[in-house]
Write a protein that binds this ligand. Structure first.
Ligand SMILES: [Zn+2]
Length: 335
């Protein structure tokens, strides 16, 4: 998801402001979560040079999306490290970590602070996986990759978007004529493109890419397993399946572009059939993350964890299919 925005030019004062904000964010304290043996943090964490974020994105929702959020363990070696309204997950191993998505430009500092707050080293991130090439999910990629020297991975189409620092021309949200600065994000060259069904690895970690084109041509959902003792669960990082589009774009085709309705339907069906125990969507609100967190705070020992919901992917698929079919009906009515 994204919407109209503009980027501000690089100015030292803004960078200084971001560093001040980072200091404020790192100052908050909370009870450290109990960490699974497999996801042992490096303790004590030695002093590291601070991440220097790129100039912040400016958009209507940016402040709300980037609000600080206390990081927490989802399950096993998987942690939520994103800000309030944008997801970013950390999958940990003693041989290095995998980060999934990076939020806005200014989210890079929040994610860095959250990883440290959990007791891990951000510089131990070896791979940064991406969902889709919109500024609200990959704006922070360049700064985090620069800081960690991690390789960035995504679908070939997302790799193209990152190379130019903007949605590709075949993106439903690409502006009809690309004005400089609108919806742009820091470009990042050399993203490794992965095929549908391909698995990427760091040490013992393996995460599989599932191409789900529709919201963007390069949309990618990621799956892996996380374990606590002998209980291993199917983890899903669900890419956006919403029909947000620029004015004049038709999913049913037109203006010289083919219909993408069939491939979008196929993506939604494929997503709904994934093995799914714990699902987190690119925007936490789309998978009711805060409601689940509130419930989790009140569960008694022995009660089920509200985050474990084998029906979550099917439910999001059903809602997304309805929204797509509504959009198709609206477009056909306007023919
Ligand atoms: Zn998007």
């Amino acid at each position: 998801m994204m919407q109209m925005s503009r980027r501000v030019s690089a100015r030292p004062a803004l960078v200084a402001l971001s560093i001040t904000a980072l200091t404020a964010i790192t100052a908050f304290t909370f009870e450290a979560p109990r960490l699974h043996a497999q996801a042992r943090p490096t303790a004590p964490v030695p002093a590291q040079p601070a991440l220097v974020p790129d100039p912040p994105h400016v958009c209507t929702n940016c402040a709300e999306w980037n609000a600080p959020r206390q990081p927490f363990k989802l399950y096993g070696n998987t942690y939520f490290v994103g800000p309030g309204g944008l997801s970013a997950l950390l999958i940990t191993s003693p041989q290095g970590h995998i980060l999934v998505d990076a939020g806005l430009e200014q989210s890079a500092a929040v994610i860095d602070a959250n990883i440290r707050a959990l007791g891990f080293k951000t510089t131990d991130v070896k791979l940064i996986l991406t969902s889709h090439g919109h500024f609200d999910h990959v704006g922070g990629v360049h700064a985090l990759a620069r800081y960690t020297k991690a390789e960035v991975v995504g679908s070939p189409q997302t790799a193209r978007a990152l190379a130019i620092g903007a949605p590709t021309p075949d993106d439903p949200q690409a502006p009809p004529t690309p004005p400089p600065g609108v919806d742009y994000f820091p470009a990042h060259e050399g993203v490794r493109g992965v095929k549908d069904g391909e698995t990427v690895r760091v040490g013992p970690l393996s995460v599989t890419a599932h191409h789900v084109p529709g919201h963007t041509p390069g949309a990618t959902t990621w799956t892996w397993q996380s374990c606590e003792g002998s209980r291993c669960l199917n983890m899903v990082y669900a890419d956006s399946l919403s029909t947000v589009a620029s004015d004049g774009f038709r999913f049913t085709g037109g203006n010289g572009r083919p219909s993408i309705v069939e491939s979008f339907r196929a993506s939604i069906t494929k997503f709904g059939a994934l093995p799914c125990d714990i699902m987190v969507s690119t925007h936490p609100s789309m998978s009711n993350l805060d409601e689940k967190l509130k419930k989790r705070a009140t569960v008694k020992p022995g009660d089920p964890d509200p985050f474990i919901d084998p029906g979550a992917c099917k439910a999001l698929a059903a809602a997304s299919m309805k929204s797509l079919e509504d959009r198709v009906k609206q477009e056909r009515a306007k023919r």
